[in-house]
Design a protein around this ligand. Structure first.
Ligand SMILES: Nc1ncnc2c1ncn2[C@@H]1O[C@H](COP(=O)(O)OP(=O)(O)OP(=O)(O)O)[C@@H](O)[C@H]1O
Length: 313
């Protein structure tokens, strides 16, 4: 399921977490993240996304397995591992009367890093916040405040940036703005891991998507591949009489004949401009192949997603 990544910036191996009350929130999670990629962790409420982030950031203790950030073990080498991580919370809790510049500089200091105005300037510019550097936080728009949260998390020059539900509770316009902000982070070279409930959000931002459900990482896939599979459907044509073989003029279609020769199954892509169903039906009629029923079926991946959505409801 997981592909091998050479020299991963984040390596999660056989990770499990059982909380004190005995509830197991994560089971045997394995995941390697490449440097510079944008990874979306997708899953419904309570799936274990926040637990996984907490373990990586050393905010909760591992029950099983190991986690390395840029080669540092989060348990044995906590400070070094933590210094490599920037964590973006959902809400801004800092002093509303402080300026953008001071707030972001202060965050850098919390990690024991020496003052470095050039770094703060670069971070603010990358988030188009530099013009607002002397503004007090309370004067900023919602979008700007969210950018400040990201700037704070980037102030100590981490390698990995975690965004926990970056668009939770924001309106549509701000959601799009956040998608662009995350896209722009790619240019800075930082590795981004974000959590979300929404498949379309993962689609907009991520290079790879991991689906987490009931504490298990049930799927990790490149976004393009996942989208292709999500658009995959099967059409089953139930025949009136058994068919000896697939007629020659249908060889261009991805068709399969069932062992009892009574079902023809056609796989097609719902995202394609033409599904080919109409022409397939026409050719079948020309061949004199008669059918009694047709049925369509979505790919199993789509079933997984339907299951996830139902669970969420
Ligand atoms: N401190 C804790 N003690 C016991 N159980 C916990 C604790 N923290 C979380 N859990 C449980 O672990 C499970 C996973 O929670 P987690 O917050 O990681 O999910 P999530 O995927 O981040 O969900 P959401 O999208 O709602 O943030 C949930 O069932 C939750 O109730």
């Amino acid at each position: 399921m997981t592909e091998t990544i050479n020299d991963p910036i984040l390596s999660i191996k056989h990770v499990g977490k059982t909380y004190e009350g005995g509830f197991t929130a994560l089971k045997d999670v394995n995941l390697d993240i490449a440097k510079g990629e944008i990874f979306a962790l997708l899953g419904p409420n309570g799936a274990g996304k926040t637990t996984l982030i907490s373990l990586v950031c050393g905010l909760a203790r591992l029950s099983e397995g190991t986690i390395h950030v840029d080669g540092h073990d989060v348990t044995k080498d906590f400070r070094k591992a933590r210094a490599k991580i920037g964590l973006v919370p959902q809400e801004l809790t800092t002093d509303a009367f402080e300026t953008v510049w001071n707030t972001v500089s202060f965050s850098r200091g919390l990690f024991g890093k020496p003052k470095d105005p050039a770094v703060i300037e670069r971070v603010l510019r990358s988030l188009t916040l530099y013009d607002k550097k002397d503004n007090k936080l309370r004067t900023l728009s919602g979008g700007m405040k969210r950018r400040v949260l990201i700037a704070k998390a980037l102030s100590h020059e981490p390698e990995v940036l975690f965004l926990d539900e970056p668009t939770a509770g924001v309106d549509v316009a701000l959601r799009r703005e956040m998608w662009n902000v995350v896209g722009d982070l790619r240019k800075t070279g930082v590795t981004v891991i974000l959590t979300t409930h929404y498949i379309e959000e993962a689609e907009m931002m991520a290079d790879r998507i991991g689906v987490i459900s009931k504490g298990r990482l049930i799927l990790v896939e490149k976004k393009d591949e996942l989208m292709r599979k999500l658009g995959h459907k099967e059409l089953t044509i139930k025949l009136q009489e058994p068919l000896d073989q697939i007629p020659d003029n249908l060889s261009g279609y991805e068709l399969e004949l069932s062992p009892d020769r009574m079902d023809l199954t056609y796989s097609y892509d719902t995202h394609a401009e033409r599904t080919g169903i109409a022409s397939l039906m026409r050719l079948l009629a020309e061949d004199g192949v008669r059918f009694r029923d047709i049925a369509t079926k979505q790919s199993s991946l789509e079933e997984i997603f339907v299951g996830l959505v139902e669970e969420k409801a």
